[in-house]
Design a protein around this ligand. Structure first.
Ligand code: HEC
Length: 186
């Protein structure tokens, strides 16, 4: 321990202002104790983190990503499970979905506007039910067709596709079931 005589001696700086003077006392023992404990703790933590527990932010991230992957894959699987059915009921429900979300671009009569005519025989992206479901789900964002999958869900996408297919077949005087078959030659 330092001598009592050491304490409360004034440093004697020359530029003391406002009558404030500085002592040159040693740091209190409790403070020094804490200081050393933090250093020892730091070293111990470092050794534990890297060499005993083998933790790392990369591993934590990889774990979170793997968990997300599992969850995401699970919801995706259940999303794609909704099956495309060309029933009168699906067509009727599809009509109201079309009126709500699609008329702005494809027109109430489906003859087109901002988006192409859906009643003719020309499909930019293919005319099978799979093509149509896919294009409604994924959209063509660079051309202004919205990806509807995330908005409507696969069930409603299937219904509005059924409506498009049945109206298209009606306009062309065909059997809507044709759209369910892959095009000839494939
Ligand atoms: C914001 C405008 C807009 C809205 C709303 C919109 N579409 Fe489209 N749609 C387009 C455009 C533009 C294209 C053409 C994309 C291209 O040129 O590749 C398109 C293309 C399509 C195609 C493919 C046509 C082909 O010839 O291959 C289908 C099917 C379709 N839309 C269905 C729908 C349905 C169903 C909805 C409602 C759920 C909808 N669209 C809403 C703009 C829109």
């Amino acid at each position: 321990m330092r001598q009592k005589a050491d304490r409360d001696r004034i440093l004697g700086h020359e530029n003391e202002a406002d009558g404030i003077q500085e002592y040159d006392n040693p740091l209190p023992d409790w403070w020094l104790g804490l200081f050393w404990i933090t250093i020892i703790w730091g070293v111990a933590y470092l050794v534990h983190y890297h060499f005993i527990a083998h933790r790392s932010p990369e591993a934590a991230l990889a774990q979170e990503l793997a968990a997300a992957e599992l969850r995401w894959a699970a919801t995706q699987a259940s999303e794609t499970e909704a099956e495309f059915v060309l029933s009168a009921e699906a067509v009727a429900e599809g009509e109201s979905i079309f009126q709500t979300y699609c008329v702005a671009c494809h027109g109430a009569n489906m003859l087109g506007g901002i988006g192409p005519n859906l009643l003719d025989d020309e499909w930019i992206h293919g005319g099978t039910s799979e093509d149509i479901v896919r294009i409604i789900t994924d959209g063509v964002p660079e051309k202004g067709m919205v990806p509807w999958g995330p908005v409507l869900g696969s069930d409603q996408v299937n219904r509005v596709a059924a409506y498009v297919i049945s109206r298209n077949a009606e306009a062309l005087g065909r059997d809507p079931a044709e759209a369910l078959r892959p095009p000839e030659g494939s």
